[in-house]
Design a protein. Sequence first.
Length: 313
Amino acid sequence: MVWFLKVTIFYELNYKEPAGDEHQIILSPWCLSGRNNHEGTVASVKFRKLIDVLSHCGILAIQTEEMIQVIPSIAIRHGKVVKMRKGDPTSEKSYDENPLDLAKRFEDHGIEVVHVVDLDGAERGSPVNYHVVEAISGYTDLKIDFTGGISTDGDISKAYEAGADYITASSIAVTNPELFASWIITYGREKITLGADVTDVKSKNLLFRGWQSKSELTLFEHLEYFHSRGLKYVKSTDVSRDGVLEGPAFDFYTEIRERFPEISVLASGGVRGVDDIKRLNDMGVFAVIFGKAYYEGVLKLKDLEQFFVKKEI
């Protein structure tokens, strides 16, 4: 969980950080510069620990809670919205939904980001469904995270040109880790998410190529490599739970966060309802991706609206 301070500075700030980090407040550099004439200036700044904020040096602070980001998934194959069970293509079920209509519905209920999965592209090894991204980008204000077969700089350029705001890549990170690592630098760590999905939480072996190929590489070996190269976001799915509505692998995500506290985790797979999302939020998971629960009518969009408002505390 991330906390924010809304800070109003009334006069020259003479703030001295206390010893240690128990009560550390992370202020933007200009806030600490001691410049004059800051009266009425307002800034939102992060801090990493919930603390008792006292009126100090002319600062009035309001704490607000940043909720988990809730992201619906739209998976496309042959022009249809589909979902699989445990990554098995023979279990694939299509839904009578238009991707753009879905996206508009999500936006109407306060969703800000949508995860568009190009299953045709994942199977082929290069993206196919750029037109879906173009339609959603052209007719909504949603941020789009695009994934499925992204293997080259050209694929990324086309995705951004189509309207994607971020990309998630997994197979290329397994087959050509140096290239993926270069993307973190070239495009920025805010724009690139590592897709790192596992067969199960015990072995943690990676799956790629649309979950149809298995690597001997384990998740934590994978994360160690990219963490040292500046990775900020990882989307990870326990594929044995995907599409079966049995609940997320909570212990698995706790383990990732404990091993790599600087990496923001996007949890995917198994979400049954609001209680699962609340639990992930309480664990400090950055975002949750859901699909099957909504398409099967188990999870209602109205129930998610509680996660879209920052709460003053």
